[in-house]
Design a protein around this ligand. Sequence first.
Ligand code: AHG
Ligand code: MN
Ligand code: MN
Ligand code: MN
Length: 334
Amino acid sequence: MKRISLTRFLVEEQRLNNNIPAELRLLIEVVARACKTISHAVGKGALGEVLGTAHSENVQGEVQKKLDILSNEILLEANEWGGHLAAMASEEMETIHPIPNRYPQGEYMLLFDPLDGSSNIDVNVSIGTIFSVLKAPEGMGAPTEQDFLQKGSQQVAAGYAIYGPQTMLIFTTGNGVNCFTLDREMGAWVLTERNIQIPVDTQEFAINMSNVRHWYPPVTRYVDEMLAGKTGPLNKNYNMRWIASMVADVHRILHRGGIFMYPADKREPDKAGKLRLMYEANPMSMIVEQAGGASTDGKQRMLDIQPSALHQRVPVFLGSKNEVDLITRYHLEG
Ligand code: AHG
Ligand code: MN
Ligand code: MN
Ligand code: MN
């Protein structure tokens, strides 16, 4: 196999398609380096004393794991000094993190879910890091939360790292989705898959079925129809998978198709589900669309939603296009 490194891929991509400015290239390389450091910590597990809870809560009211905090620090530390960013925002921080004055300011803004799949950390199941890149608005002064509230369609890049049997980095700059595998001995990211495409139809769904009694009718209808199998209205036998790490579920869907759902439910009407628009739904939606899939909040395209708050939550339906179109139609029909 001819080995193409991440650096070479980015340089050649810029030359061919002119869609990765030098500053963005640097940003992606720095995020990739931080993910390598996180992967190393994840791989050490108990030997690195990184497992377990930190006995603190984040702004979303979740108990933080040691790795949530450590990964957040690794990403902040790695991205502060490079000169390519104006500010950062994270699931684990109450508000934005402007670049300190001692460093040059750049034109991009980085958002991340430093450690996705926290409940899987202590049980040695795949977890990940999700990131999204926005441009700072023209003529921005000192960055504010408001500057981050851009639609997902404004993202200039989005990606995730998955820490599983292999560590992989998947990202898009708006020109397809490519996958890199970490060569652990060399410490290098190597291109292993180009232009990933999600099959448009599927027979596999992912949803936390323990919440079935809380769902709204369109979701109940759709899941009932899938469970009815070959003799039901959808005419297919479906299989189910739920890893409870969004990165791992999305990674599977990118490779063999499927639909991922985290719907709103009746428990807390304003809460709009569990997942966060800016750190989870938007970056994953850009990747999924770039791979030929679809993503909605049940009613509208995810990437068209105008965010109103940094930590906003949103219902998520993403993956194989025909299935996402169907559940979206069920919502619109009421
Ligand atoms: P995080 O660990 O970043 O807080 O995100 C966890 C999310 C997502 O990764 C996963 O799909 C979902 O929570 C799992 O939710 P359940 O606990 O309902 O299974
Ligand atoms: Mn969390
Ligand atoms: Mn997450
Ligand atoms: Mn997280």
